[in-house]
Design a protein around this ligand. Structure first.
Ligand code: ADP
Ligand code: ADP
Length: 231
């Protein structure tokens, strides 16, 4: 049961930079895959194409059997949650308001939005009574990343795209966040594409690991053990 199907996906930027070349990738429903590789190999570009933040030069993107390039952007936001490094939170909005971004955009009424915001904070281990009215700078890096995950889950999208979600978190907290996130992802059955430059993170979290090489070519797509060269 394929949730995300990329075929021949390519991106050449206006200045001629070839970022992604002929990428074929299937992600099964409920699977977490890690996209790993050195800086500049096209990981972020790939995620941004799936999320429609940039248009592919060529190739196709199907999500849950539908051509994603034909979905309108609002509909796509309902189906895809997006998590990036800390910078993603709105600094002048409370944690409650940050988590409520998508429900507000979707026009949910105040009571439903507020209830959802509280549920989401619970889900990621933050007590709403303590945190909902604080501002991002009043939280630790790890707590901010929890808020980022909560916000991405707001409309209960089947798919989460994550770009270095634990990159800015200190190493001690990182391991715990990774494990908690993995458990949450499995419990909720979300399909996840997680970008990282850290091969340890990729093999720790991924059901499968996609290794990208220079020029955005897929070098390997396999289980963590096989990627590590184990039989
Ligand atoms: P990664 O996420 O793996 O670090 P990126 O997808 O950010 O890689 O970038 C892939 C390549 O495309 C790099 O060579 C990068 O410099 C280039 N690139 C990224 N964004 C742009 C852009 N807007 N215009 C031109 N080149 C870009
Ligand atoms: P307002 O509450 O005036 O609509 P805010 O920007 O403070 O504006 O909040 C926007 C949304 O964020 C609220 O409608 C609510 O759903 C959510 N929110 C804000 N504070 C909290 C909170 N303490 N608990 C739960 N949700 C909150």
């Amino acid at each position: 049961d394929v949730m995300i199907r990329l075929r021949g996906l390519s991106k050449t930027y206006a200045d001629g930079t070839v970022a992604v070349q002929e990428l074929d990738l299937d992600v099964a429903r409920g699977e977490l895959i890690c996209l790993v590789g050195p800086s500049g190999c096209g990981k972020s570009t790939t995620l941004k194409m799936v999320n429609r933040l940039i248009e592919p030069t060529s190739g196709t993107i199907e999500i849950d059997g539908r051509d994603a390039t034909r979905d309108d952007p609002v509909e796509l936001r309902r189906r895809i949650g997006y998590v990036i490094q800390q910078v993603g939170l709105f600094p002048h909005q409370t944690i409650g308001a940050n988590v409520a971004t998508v429900p507000s955009l979707l026009g949910w009424d105040r009571r439903r939005t507020r209830k959802r915001a509280e549920e989401l904070l619970h889900l990621v281990g933050l007590d709403p009574a303590s945190y909902a009215d604080r501002y991002p700078h009043q939280l630790s890096g790890g707590q901010q990343q929890r808020v980022g995950v909560a916000r991405a889950l707001a409309a209960d999208p089947p798919v989460l795209l994550m770009d270095e979600p634990f990159g800015a978190v200190d190493p001690v907290v990182r391991g715990r966040l990774q494990d908690e996130f993995r458990a949450l992802q499995q419990r909720l059955g979300k399909t996840v594409v997680l970008v990282t430059h850290d091969i340890d993170e990729a093999v720790r979290l991924g059901d499968r690991v996609a290794v990208l090489a220079e020029g955005g070519r897929l070098a390997q797509y396999d289980t963590p053990a096989r990627v590590l060269g184990q039989p």
